[in-house]
Design a protein around this ligand. Structure first.
Ligand SMILES: Cc1cc2nc3c(=O)[nH]c(=O)nc-3n(C[C@H](O)[C@H](O)[C@H](O)COP(=O)(O)OP(=O)(O)OC[C@H]3O[C@@H](n4cnc5c(N)ncnc54)[C@H](O)[C@@H]3O)c2cc1C
Length: 402
């Protein structure tokens, strides 16, 4: 087993496995390290926007998607605590685009297997402990395996170890999540959920929100994001908190009436991740390790895939010119900003409304009555339209004027 490679990818989630696939396909010698062994669980609402489906096809990863047997879903209902409802559906040029849901256990295993099938040396059960730094340049990592500790040297290290990235922290790149701190609570349920026409439901309450979506094989994904102080004040375990929260919300109670929880409540970790910048000399950050804001607008996996593609573009040029310096890698930040900033602005705007029941009750009925604005917002949230389309002053006015 060689402990030297051209590209070392740390973390085999969607971001890392996609980056590993792209570098391996281009003929680079790639090692992909993963702490867990597949299949492994991942706390996620397991909803893939139509943009993710299109991106997986474009990256020729649709076979990985197909092997996860996704359930096609027409969209999502956003429902306020008082019952105002906006149906998000994705209609582009007269065509109805579909989102899908699936098991992340299966999808992530399939994407990692795809990376291995493309030539990456996938090593499960390897935990990266710290970056290997020489003259302020990342030259690989020190890792722990069942065989003991090993050093892996690489020309380029792609850091894809998720939201609480140990490597981004060690490089001084990680920033604290934004206030207020929110926690994600995710569980699978089974039963006769009252979901309308196969649409998912996003119920917004005062302390947070909860998505209920049908998964393949009659399972339901229930994913709540709740203010950490609400859970702390309640002073009860997270599973009881989720049960009580569902019970206290008439909308959720009705949706999940007669359903039973199948799994433990997972994902009790602060939502969100930010980094000072998404590179260090010798290294690029992708996926949640670089940044992740909030699951409400569902773009985590889209950003993981698109970010991997941008990291590949910048990384390949740097490797081909044997220049992994700050000057060679810094353009990656600019590309990420160009790719993500407008959607991030829409996400921030949506969050403003989600966090204020009065604003949400103001906006939802107006959007329902203004089909063009609602349609554009749906496409932007589904990652199939340029967010600029919704941010135009005329569009914002038509969406939100009294
Ligand atoms: C509650 C919740 C709901 C969500 N719902 C959705 C949704 O419905 N749709 C959507 O698109 N996004 C959703 N997201 C976001 C989405 O899950 C993430 O954006 C996505 O998983 C990011 O992929 P990633 O590859 O960057 O990280 P991850 O998927 O977290 O993968 C990181 C990998 O790195 C491995 N790893 C970690 N540390 C090390 C180490 N030291 N050494 C080696 N390996 C390591 C981990 O085991 C893991 O396999 C949700 C997030 C949360 C918290």
């Amino acid at each position: 087993v060689s402990d030297r490679c051209e590209v070392l990818v740390v973390g085999a989630g969607p971001a890392g496995s996609t980056a590993a696939t792209l570098f391996a396909r281009a003929g680079f010698d790639v090692i992909l390290l993963e702490r867990a062994r597949f299949p492994r669980p991942k706390a996620c609402a397991e909803y893939l926007s139509p943009g993710v489906r299109e991106m997986l096809t474009r990256l020729q990863l649709d076979s990985a998607l197909a092997s996860a047997h996704p359930l096609l879903v027409p969209g999502m209902d956003i429902v306020s605590a008082r019952g105002a409802t906006l149906r998000l559906r994705y209609r582009r040029d007269g065509e109805h685009l579909l989102a899908c849901t699936l098991s992340r256990r299966v999808l992530d295993a399939a994407l990692a297997a795809h990376a291995a099938g493309s030539g990456a040396d996938l090593r499960e059960g390897w935990t990266a402990l710290e970056p290997l730094l020489e003259d302020q340049v990342v030259r690989g990592v020190r890792a722990r395996t069942t065989l003991g500790e090993r050093t892996i040297r690489a020309s380029l290290t792609v850091i894809a170890d998720g939201a609480r990235s140990r490597l981004a922290g060690a490089l001084g790149l990680a920033l604290l999540p934004r206030w207020p701190v929110r926690l994600g609570l995710v569980a699978h349920y089974r039963g006769p959920a009252a979901l309308d026409a196969g649409f998912g439901r996003m119920q917004v309450e005062r302390d947070g929100y909860c998505g209920v979506a049908p998964l393949p094989a009659g399972v339901l994904n229930v994913a709540a994001v709740v203010r950490a102080d609400a859970i702390r004040t309640a002073g009860i375990p997270a599973a009881r908190f989720l049960d009580r929260w569902i019970e206290a919300s008439p909308g959720l109670r009705k949706t999940l009436d007669g359903c039973e929880r199948l799994t433990p409540v997972r994902g009790l970790v602060p939502i969100g991740a930010r980094s000072r910048r998404a590179w260090a000399p010798g290294a690029l950050l992708v996926g949640d390790a670089a940044s992740f804001f909030d699951p409400f607008t569902g773009e985590g996996i889209y950003r993981a895939l698109r970010g991997a593609e941008l990291a590949f573009d910048v990384g390949r040029t740097a490797l081909e010119s044997s220049d992994l310096s700050a000057a060679a890698l810094a353009p990656y930040d600019r590309l990420r900003t160009l790719a993500f900033r407008r959607k991030a602005a829409v996400t921030a705007l949506v969050q403003l409304f989600v966090q204020s029941p009065r604003l949400l009750d103001y906006a939802l009925p107006r959007l329902v009555a203004r089909e063009r604005a609602a349609g554009t917002l749906s496409l932007v949230l589904g990652d199939v339209a340029d967010a600029r389309d919704f941010l135009r002053p005329t569009m914002l006015w038509s969406a939100l004027h009294p």
